[in-house]
Write a protein that binds this ligand. Structure first.
Ligand code: ADP
Length: 257
């Protein structure tokens, strides 16, 4: 028995070390798997619009261009697919900038100003669907970090609220002080999201309904960008939603004192 005890005593440190190494290997394998999956997804997302563009160009070249109606319809499709590609590449660049910590300037900024300017940019898109964006903002709220990233996050959340709302609905953008924290939320009355999807929404290229996302011009990267920015700010992120009852996304900025 003493021999056995001595054995465990002597080898325990090694066993712990082996376990640590095994865990590190498992983690790096998992990271590699995620990276490979991402590359495969990106390739697929790039290839789909490109295949469509080259198909329509070939058909035009083969004679379809002679019919003015067909020509104009095909050129419209090519334009839509091209802007899809452009959006996808822009989102990929934003994601890569954040992941590589290519940080824009960090400073203290006014939360209300940042939100108001973002809403201003999106108002014309909302108006196209007769959607009204209402704002409820507490006074004198400041955060420190990159204001550009903060605005990008608000842009993605409000854009989604517009995309997944029906004509004539309302969107509420709130920023409220709560126990020393700042809670920013974007609420819509749109299609909503079933609870079983909530956990995976923030993954890259995860979509509840792929064809609807594409129809409204989604890239599948918007919420993963939101998540990355929330992490940069040390903020927490959650969603409350049921199918058919709209969705509310909350970002809570904790005080860093
Ligand atoms: P996408 O570009 O497809 O909108 P996101 O990463 O921004 O990608 O969002 C992921 C998915 O989450 C969307 O495809 C959509 O299914 C769902 N989603 C995001 N925001 C909302 C919302 N406000 N209402 C309903 N569904 C939403």
């Amino acid at each position: 028995l003493i021999g056995l005890q001595a054995y465990f005593y002597l080898f325990r440190p090694y066993r712990n070390r082996i376990e640590t190494l095994e865990k590190a290997a498992e983690e790096s394998e998992q990271a590699e798997h995620i990276r490979r999956e991402f590359v495969a997804n990106v390739s697929h997302e790039l290839k789909t619009p490109l295949t469509s563009i080259s198909g329509f160009i070939e058909t035009l070249q083969a004679g379809a261009a002679e019919d003015p109606e067909i020509r104009s319809r095909f050129i419209d499709i090519i334009a839509i697919e091209t802007s899809r590609l452009k959006r996808l590449i822009e989102d990929l660049l934003v994601l890569s900038d954040i992941e590589n910590k290519r940080e824009s300037e960090d400073r203290e900024f006014n939360v209300n100003e940042a939100i108001e300017r973002t809403v201003e940019i999106l108002k014309p898109i909302a108006e196209e669907k007769e959607i009204c964006i209402l704002q409820e903002l507490d006074k004198d709220m400041h955060l420190s970090g990159s204001v550009d990233r903060f605005r990008q996050m608000m842009l993605n959340l409000i854009e989604n609220a517009i995309k997944y709302s029906y004509k004539g609905q309302k969107i509420w953008v709130r920023a409220l002080k709560k126990d020393g924290e700042i809670e920013v939320s974007v609420r819509d009355e749109g299609i909503g999201i079933a609870p079983e999807h909530h956990q995976r929404l923030f993954e890259r290229f995860y979509r509840v309904d792929k064809s609807r996302s594409k129809k409204v011009g989604g890239t599948g990267l918007g919420l993963s960008i939101v998540k990355h920015i929330a992490v940069l700010f040390g903020a927490s992120l959650r969603v409350e939603s049921q199918v058919g009852q709209g969705a509310t996304f909350y970002v809570t900025f904790h005080s860093r004192k």
